[in-house]
Design a protein around this ligand. Structure first.
Ligand code: ATP
Ligand code: BTN
Length: 249
């Protein structure tokens, strides 16, 4: 009926009118679910971002999670966030919207957040059991007053609504294509394209961790997805994806 015609992502779609969080729902079924299943909901009552922040998820936005079970070493998992961001950027481009990726997990339009990505997973030292890739895209939804300066939506950027189903179908197609590249181990190609869309490389940034703050210029992303920061004293530091926050200086 949807005519998705994808190889892995979207072989099965679970549609819910309302759920607490598609990521939480996905986690509940992941152990017994085949990979590629997508959970999509009209409304999330407890949508979440990183560090358990609240993710505003009223009707009109695209709130979805994908269950994946890649047979790769866990060190390659951060790159799943990169392929998701790439798929989002390429989907937005199909609607005439130019966007940028803010390491590690945001997609921005005109400096405002249009999409957030939250990956969660279960894995041991050398084996992945499952990964949940959660994507939230502001499409036609209203944004809360307090996010007006930092967030935007497809509707706000274009000045008109686009059918949610069109965004969904395009995104699933792109995600499937990117995931197949990922499974082939084409990491260099993926990182190369990711860098083309990066909002941070060459910029002065501050990295905020639980232990404090590091300032410098973001000069590159290494093969594992770590940010290479040239500190003000010239020393290079690798910042690993995790609970760090990046701010433009
Ligand atoms: P960080 O730099 O730490 O990643 P962040 O602001 O990107 O900071 P995240 O945890 O990645 O933080 O994302 C959650 C944040 O996104 C929330 O704190 C909130 O400010 C913002 N937010 C919540 N709902 C939405 C939404 N629908 N669209 C855009 N931004 C949102
Ligand atoms: C972030 O920017 O911190 C990530 C936001 C991720 C939001 C999506 S919406 C679908 C999925 N379900 C959730 O509860 N969160 C993710």
């Amino acid at each position: 009926m949807l005519n998705l015609n994808t190889k892995i992502i979207g072989r099965k779609i679970i549609y819910l009118q309302e759920v607490d969080s598609t990521n939480e729902f996905a986690k509940g079924i992941a152990p017994q679910e085949e990979e590629g299943t997508v959970i999509v909901a009209d409304i999330q009552t407890k949508g979440k971002g990183r560090k358990l922040r609240v993710w505003s998820s009223p009707k009109g936005g695209l709130w979805m999670s994908i269950i994946l079970k890649p047979n790769v070493h866990p060190k390659h998992l951060t790159k799943l966030v990169f392929i998701s961001a790439l798929a989002v950027v390429e989907t937005l481009a199909e609607f005439g919207i130019e966007s940028k990726i803010k390491w590690p997990n945001d997609v921005l339009v005109g400096g405002k957040k249009i999409c957030g990505i939250l990956s969660e997973g279960k894995y041991s030292e050398n084996r992945v059991e499952y990964v949940i890739l959660g994507l939230g895209i502001n499409v036609n939804n209203e944004l809360p007053k307090e996010l007006k300066d930092t967030a935007t939506s497809i509707r706000e950027v274009l000045g008109f609504e686009v059918p949610l189903i069109d965004v969904f179908k395009k995104l699933i197609g792109k995600l499937d294509k990117e995931y197949l590249q990922y499974l082939k181990g084409n990491y260099e190609e993926i990182l190369g394209r990711w860098k083309m869309y990066s909002a941070i490389i060459g910029k002065r940034v501050r990295i905020i961790t639980d232990d404090g703050e590091i300032a410098g210029v973001a000069i590159d992303i290494d093969e594992n997805g770590a940010l290479i920061l040239k500190q003000n004293n010239g020393v290079l530091e690798r910042i690993y994806y995790g609970d760090v926050s990046l701010r433009f200086s």
